[in-house]
Design a protein around this ligand. Structure first.
Ligand code: GUN
Ligand code: ZN
Length: 638
């Protein structure tokens, strides 16, 4: 497979896709280029030089049915025809079937042409299905598409894009995704342009929900016709790596200016609010006054620039772990888009296998923010943690600093544990887990209107006095009891009760002097677990050694192929092709115990890939090593 994952935010991936014309960094926008240079408003070479466009898509079908174009393409290649010296993907003509009802070319002929003209990524001639087509017809069309994919694969040695059809039917989409995965280097979700044109975003999302889980994670994912930049972040949430757009030109033809927040008629733009290099040459209000052809050309150029910029923002957001935030902000551009985002959040299980264990921050953007998969996972874990425990007493939220904790008893007069919970924007949470992601690093409106920051230790003491049963000792200092409780409980939350009881015995809490945050768990003077701002206990090499003795074989483990053991032991990253096995409960960002086939610990790592991806992505890093047998554990950071 030619797709390598470099970084990620959930399903969204920053990747590298190898093509005969060099690697393509993804997510990438492939502008649709007309094969006839005379009809192309922005020359592809100029897109490359001035906009940083790395790859384009053009129509093999239009080339095929236009003899003068076809002659040049057959003689000199598709790159010369469209005048672009980078990766060129070609489309097959199925879209013309959608637009005009039929195409004359045969599946065979169009593959042959794509081979002949040196297309970097050729596309199978699929049977386009309209979203409102009945299920029988949709199923027949899907069967035809997959049969053609099988034949195309045999007829092509280069990269092949296989369209994924299946209409509006979840089961057919899933089957299409599975079938396409067998043949495609690029899996191209098709039949969705009508949904996008009609702003039927919840339906588009349902297509993605049904399709994504069965797509081969080792292939690049393309969404045919993702034209409008306001939709890129939402599509990227589902792991779409390649967008293609003819919309920049279509919108220009009807005088529409694209922005990431929506569409504006050019004629209504009176102020020069954009300072891009095109507007520096000629501001949009002036473009409106130009003759038709020039106006269309300049507007297409501008629409494309805005689209390319938005893909850049999506890429940056993936690096920063803020793609949900970006998608939420974009969704406010149009209620239909927001409805689409809500639909996505109604299917958390599509995201949870690849949802990172934590992110640097959790910033509330809109009310839907509280429905992100990170919150769903946290709520489920809190529910599991609380089951079978005595009912908790409620306290207002407070920082877990000694001056507060000293007032909060952990046992009643008979020595039975007293449980405490607190209400947070992400639901009711046991006090000892309030530093964990996402509630710990949560930043939302509440933080600024509520009294949390100003609440005094005295007010917590008063709330305690009102809540506790009689006879509880309110005079003594409970700080050390809380240290022991939080240490045991965060370990229990992460590793289960049996492990926690033994790992916490004799342990000491190390709190930040400035914030009170639990930042390390020591035993015998050595740190065994370190907690950063995500509040998740992560083992040092020493801690990992203890976990090895406490956890059953397989749990928390990634088993390393013998050939890679010497490298991993020295701290080198573990590549996907050297993973023998992995605990399926781990997720990207999890700390893992890296062991050799005899279950001897060789390193501690952080997962980049989810376990189910390791087997399918044969290229690139699967686990980054953070501590290994040869390095002393580094002290925790403040
Ligand atoms: N362009 C936009 N939608 C489609 C599709 O479903 N199939 C193909 N081949 N091209 C498209
Ligand atoms: Zn501009």
């Amino acid at each position: 497979m030619l797709f390598e994952l470099l970084d990620r935010d959930g399903l969204a991936r920053l990747g590298r896709f190898a093509t005969p014309h060099g690697p393509l960094e993804t997510p990438a926008l492939l502008p649709v280029v007309h094969p006839d240079p005379e009809r192309q408003p922005v020359p592809p070479e100029e897109m490359r030089v001035r906009l940083g466009v790395r790859a384009v898509i053009t129509s093999a079908y239009i080339t095929w049915r236009t003899p003068p174009l076809r002659e040049v393409a057959e003689r000199e290649g598709i790159h010369r025809l469209i005048r672009f010296d980078g990766p060129v993907m070609t489309d097959s003509g199925a879209f013309q079937q959608h637009a005009y009802g039929s195409v004359e070319v045969t599946p065979d002929e169009i593959v042959t042409l794509q081979n002949q003209v040196g297309s970097d990524v050729a596309t199978v001639l699929d049977v386009f299905t309209e979203p409102d087509e009945p299920p029988e017809a949709t199923e027949r069309a899907l069967g035809a598409t997959l049969a053609r994919a099988r034949e195309a694969r045999a007829a092509r040695s280069g990269l092949l894009a296989v369209p994924v059809q299946g209409g509006s039917y979840g089961d057919l989409r899933a089957r299409a995704a599975l079938g396409a995965s067998e043949f495609g280097d690029v899996l191209a979700i098709g039949g969705v342009v009508p949904l996008m044109e009609q702003y039927r975003f919840p339906e588009l999302v349902r297509v993605l929900v049904a399709t994504r889980p069965t797509l081969n994670p080792g292939a690049a994912v393309h969404l045919f016709g993702t034209g409008h930049p306001m939709t890129f972040a939402l599509a990227a949430l589902f792991g779409v790596d390649l967008f293609d757009s003819s919309a920049y030109h279509k919108f220009a033809r009807r005088g529409s200016v694209m922005t990431p927040e929506g569409t504006v008629p050019l004629d209504e733009i009176r102020e020069s609010t954009c300072r891009c290099f095109l507007c520096a040459e000629r501001p949009l209000p002036e473009v409106a006054t130009l003759p038709r052809e020039e106006r269309e050309r300049r507007l297409a150029y501008h629409n494309l620039l805005v689209s390319v910029q938005e893909v850049g923002r999506v890429r940056q957001a993936i690096r920063d772990g803020t793609l949900w935030e970006l998608a939420e902000r974009r969704s406010t551009g149009h209620p239909a888009l927001r409805a689409g985002l809500r639909e996505a959040m109604a299917h958390p299980d599509v995201f949870l296998r690849t949802e990172p264990e934590s992110r640097r921050a959790f910033r509330e953007v809109i009310s839907e923010s509280m429905g992100r998969p990170a919150v769903v996972r946290f709520r489920r874990s809190v529910e599991a943690y609380c089951s079978g425990r005595p009912r908790a007493l409620r306290l207002p939220r407070f920082p877990l600093r000694p001056e507060y904790l000293q007032h909060v008893p952990t046992v009643d007069a008979e020595g039975r544990p007293l449980e405490w919970e607190t209400s947070t924007p992400l639901g009711v949470v046991p006090v000892e887990l309030t530093e964990a992601y996402p509630v710990g690093p949560y930043l939302g409106v509440d933080e600024f209107v509520g009294p949390t920051q100003r609440r005094s230790p005295g007010s917590v003491a008063a709330a305690v006095a009102a809540a506790v049963p009689s006879g509880v000792d309110l005079g003594r200092d409970w700080t050390f009891d809380w240290d022991a409780r939080q240490v045991a409980r965060v370990l229990e939350w992460r590793y289960g009760r049996l492990v926690a009881e033994r790992a916490a015995a004799g342990a000491r809490a190390d709190r930040s002097r400035r914030t009170g945050r639990l930042r390390a768990i020591y035993r015998e003077g050595e740190p065994e677990f370190v907690l950063s701002t995500d509040g998740i206990p992560r083992p040092t090499f020493r801690g990992a050694t203890r976990l090895m003795a406490l956890l059953p074989v397989g749990r928390e483990r990634v088993v390393v192929h013998p050939d890679a053991v010497p490298f991993v032991r020295e701290g080198r990253s573990l590549f996907a092709s050297f993973v023998l096995q992995s605990d399926p409960a781990l997720v990207p960002g999890s700390s893992a115990l890296l062991v050799d086939p005899n279950d001897t610990l060789i390193a501690v790592g952080r997962l980049l890939l989810a376990p189910h991806e390791m087997a399918r992505l044969r290229r690139g890093v699967a686990v980054r090593v953070v501590a290994h047998a040869r390095s002393p554990d580094s002290p925790p950071e403040e």
